[in-house]
Design a protein around this ligand. Structure first.
Ligand code: CP
Length: 324
């Protein structure tokens, strides 16, 4: 259906492909209208609650600015200042905040808690729950990534896309970005390679689902522990490493040390297709995970990718909070 008002946006896997196509269509429309200065006050007098358990630059500001541009208002909620801190449960928070608003958007990345928290809120909220990143999924990022790929490449079919990172569940690290991309891109008939060092596997159910998605939509999905193989002939590379976790209490420094070679360098980029594009959800750990000459170089589309976060966020809000 194209009528999506009230639909939770927790994972794109819960959305039909036609529904995702509608989200993309509206994203492109909103982007054009923003460039032309056309009024897009589709959510006049509407409010979204934005609950953040963690820091954010892109997600928070694309939602806040985006909702203002749609004629509505976003309440930013730092959860450390909420009664959640005194034990208020998801049900109570969801029932009450949804009675004040037209959507509850939430970032909760705590491992084995975040997604359950969103699902718990969705069960009790009278307004749609929008996932701003949890321990498993980052659908706002995935949608912006897909929009950017569609913008830059004429055809997603048979595009060689390499996701060169993963965080191991055993290390309790966030896996939401590679997990979201691994599930989404095969649905757009891409040839997806997931590369990571041994011991950094995504959960089995993700691999199974990604392969099923590929089979259904004439894409492919494979996993390798060989980084060079992932770069070879790639049209798009999405490399990420563990540098930003160096201060993580669970051995971030050792992880960084043991995987130092998993870095996006010019040498690696030379293995890829001539017109390869470099993507990264940001923030990037420059120097540790990518050379400046790559992220600032001609192959990099990271700023387009980040810019598209606002157009896709506006699309998600327009369709789930407004419309029919
Ligand atoms: N990519 C992303 O979600 O960025 P923020 O953490 O800054 O929101």
């Amino acid at each position: 259906t194209t009528f999506l008002r009230g639909k939770d946006f927790i994972t794109l896997q819960d959305w039909e492909k036609e529904e995702i196509d509608t989200l993309l269509d509206v994203s492109f429309d909103l982007k054009r209208k923003f460039a032309m200065g056309v009024d897009t006050s589709y959510l006049k007098n509407k409010t979204a609650m934005l609950m953040f358990f963690e820091e954010s630059t892109r997600t928070r500001n694309s939602m806040e600015a985006g909702l203002a541009q749609l004629g509505g208002h976003a309440n930013f909620l730092d959860t450390s200042t909420m009664q959640i801190n005194h034990g208020e449960v998801a049900k109570d928070t969801a029932v009450i905040l949804s009675s004040y608003s037209h959507a509850i958007a939430c970032r909760n990345c705590f491992w084995e808690i975040g997604n359950d928290y969103l699902r718990d809120m969705a069960e009790h909220s009278s307004a749609p729950i929008l996932n701003l990143q949890c321990d498993l999924y980052h659908p706002m990022q995935g949608l912006a990534d897909l929009m950017t790929i569609q913008e830059k490449k004429d055809e997603t079919k048979e595009l060689n896309v390499s996701i060169i990172w993963a965080y191991a569940t055993s290390h309790k690290k966030p896996i939401s970005v590679p997990l979201t991309q691994a599930l989404l891109f095969p649905r757009y008939s891409m040839n997806v390679t997931l590369a990571h060092p041994e011991g950094f596997e995504l959960p089995d159910w993700v691999i199974k689902q990604a392969k099923e998605n590929a089979e259904k939509h004439n894409g492919t999905f494979k996993v390798t522990n060989n980084m060079e193989e992932a770069y070879e002939d790639a049209d798009i590379v999405i490399p990420k490493n563990w540098g930003s976790w160096v201060n993580h209490p669970e051995g971030g420094e050792e992880m960084l040390e043991s995987n130092k070679d998993w870095k996006c360098t010019e040498e690696m980029m030379d293995l890829a297709a001539d017109d390869v594009m470099y993507m990264h959800a940001l923030p990037a750990d420059r120097g540790n995970e990518v050379e400046d000459s790559v992220i600032d170089g001609p192959a990099s589309i990271v700023y387009d990718e980040a810019e598209n976060r606002i157009h896709t966020a506006k699309s998600v809000m327009t369709l789930t909070m407004g419309g029919k």
